[in-house]
Design a protein around this ligand. Structure first.
Ligand code: SF4
Ligand code: SF4
Length: 487
């Protein structure tokens, strides 16, 4: 990968290309349709999921104060952190697999930065007009009209950003409670900070920084190149078909840029093939629609987020000039270099590569492991703590007593009764109650005294076992080991 600017400058190296605000031209096509489908899907989930209810409470909630994660009927505790780690590994393996197969597909279609930039840019186009109107407005001197238009845009951006901040915090504080407190301004300091911080973050990132984040801030764009190989399919320009370009200003280029309807333009421009010329009419539409302002014809560049908008624009142009679509398309390096008659590989062909198989195997193995752990998850956690102040004491009947505290963590959202038994040195028994009621989703510290008869020839630390069994609800049993001290 290279930056054209660094090559063109000779000895001078630019580490940052200041392009100013980019106002890409609007385009339509299948990639744009997919992009908007992903915007709708991701935002319906993000803005909507925090409103779902389950058993009288919010279905998806990271309750930091209570240290619980509610996931519909499942309640995860800090003790389930391994499941979260597995989930992260599965997500990372999935991302690596997609990147190895289809390049920066996540960046172009599902990354929150891309999605919010698309939404903010759509608002901008509705309020300020098309890319030319936006550029003219930016360059216009200050006026009441400019102030009104810009003010309207920023007000709408601010409202979207604020709702985004509220929705984000709504996954950590029940959203209905949050809104109830927002009205009279009674947000807690934690909620207040994060609502406005996240809103400001969304406003600045999507409204101003935009693809600069992808180009200069996102660490993933820097290291995902290691997942690429000659079979990774990315949005690419077919130079063999496109070059040499037809000179700028030809009728074809003018018609293509003018945006004439295909039905009118195609017959007039059905001049392909032009002897000694490629299919690219050098209309620059692929550059004009690019949100990162690059020219895909310069080859694979780290700025490219694989959004496919240049392919959509070029397909329209090809239709107008009577050439087949796909001068810019999803294609691998190997595919572009192969003889023309070679069949186009499918995404599943890509799965035959060792690196894709490693990512796929990681994905499958850790998904199965996570599913197995979830299926065998015991909704009771027990911690045994020995009393460190009194190691042992002798009772009036001559038996030896050790004291413990058992922390019973009832991980179900229903109260449960548990019975505790001990197995240890001769005659080991609990001196008091052995049955305890633990409220739903709570921790009950249980002080216990265990008595045992001293045994000749035995002294010091002896193994002891606590068996805890649920008396109601789903069958649950946990065994914990500790030591019993004899004189
Ligand atoms: S849109 Fe297509 S025809 Fe126009 S300059 Fe780009 S590659 Fe060439
Ligand atoms: S070159 Fe630009 S428009 Fe084309 S896929 Fe890359 S980022 Fe999108």
């Amino acid at each position: 990968m290279h930056t054209p600017s660094t090559r063109a400058q000779g000895a001078r190296i630019e580490f940052y290309r200041n392009t100013g605000q980019i106002h890409p031209r609007t385009t339509h096509g299948r990639f744009n349709t997919w992009r908007w489908a992903m915007v709708w899907l991701t935002q319906l989930i993000f803005y909507g999921a925090c409103w779902l209810q389950w058993d009288g409470r919010q279905a998806l909630l990271f309750d930091i104060a209570e240290r619980k994660f509610y996931l519909f009927g499942l309640v995860l505790w800090p003790q389930d952190a391994l499941l979260l780690a597995l989930l992260l590994i599965v997500a990372a393996a999935g991302l690596f697999l997609v990147t190895a197969l289809a390049g920066r597909l996540f960046c172009g279609f599902a990354c929150p930065q891309t999605v919010y930039t698309a939404i903010f840019r759509w608002v901008e186009a509705k309020v300020e007009g098309d890319h030319l109107a936006r550029m003219r407005l930016d360059q216009a001197p200050p006026s009441a009209r400019k102030l009104a238009i810009k003010g309207t845009k920023h007000a709408i951006w601010g409202a979207i950003a604020l709702w985004t901040g509220i929705s984000f915090v709504g996954y950590f504080t029940p959203i209905r409670e949050l809104l109830f407190n927002l009205g009279p301004g009674e947000l807690g300091p934690w909620e207040g900070f994060w609502v406005f911080f996240y809103a400001a973050f969304a406003y600045l990132q999507a409204g101003f920084a935009r693809e600069m984040v992808c180009m200069h801030m996102c660490p993933y764009s820097r290291f995902q190149g290691v997942m690429f190989d000659a079979d990774t399919r990315t949005i690419s320009y077919d130079g063999r078909r496109g070059e040499p370009r037809r000179p700028r200003g030809t009728a074809a280029a003018r018609m293509a840029t003018a945006g004439a309807p295909a039905a009118v333009a195609a017959p007039a421009l059905a001049s392909r093939p032009t002897a000694g010329r490629g299919d690219c009419v050098d209309c620059s539409l692929c550059v004009q629609v690019c949100p990162t302002g690059i020219d895909i014809r310069d080859g694979l560049q780290y700025q490219c987020i694989n959004c496919g908008l240049c392919a959509d624009a070029c397909d329209e142009v090809m239709e107008r000039v009577g050439a087949p679509a796909g001068l810019i398309r999803f294609a691998s390096e190997r595919e572009l270099a192969a003889p023309r008659a070679t069949p186009t590989p499918t995404l599943f062909d890509g799965l035959r590569r060792p690196r894709a198989q490693v990512y796929l195997a990681t994905l499958v193995v850790f998904s199965l492991l996570g599913a197995w752990m979830l299926a065998h998850r015991v909704p009771l956690q027990v911690d045994v703590l020995r009393d460190r102040h009194a190691l042992l004491q002798e009772a009036a009947d001559g038996s030896i007593e050790n004291t413990y505290t058992l922390k019973l963590v009832n991980m179900l959202e229903e109260p449960r009764a548990f019975r505790i038994r001990v197995e240890g040195p001769a005659g080991a028994r609990l001196t008091g109650n052995d049955t305890f009621q633990v409220a739903s989703g709570s921790v009950l510290p249980v002080p216990l005294t265990v008595a045992a008869r001293p045994e000749p020839g035995k002294s010091g630390a002896q193994p002891i076992r606590f068996d805890i069994e649920a008396l109601d609800g789903p069958p649950t049993a946990v065994t914990e080991q500790s030591v019993f001290l004899l004189p």
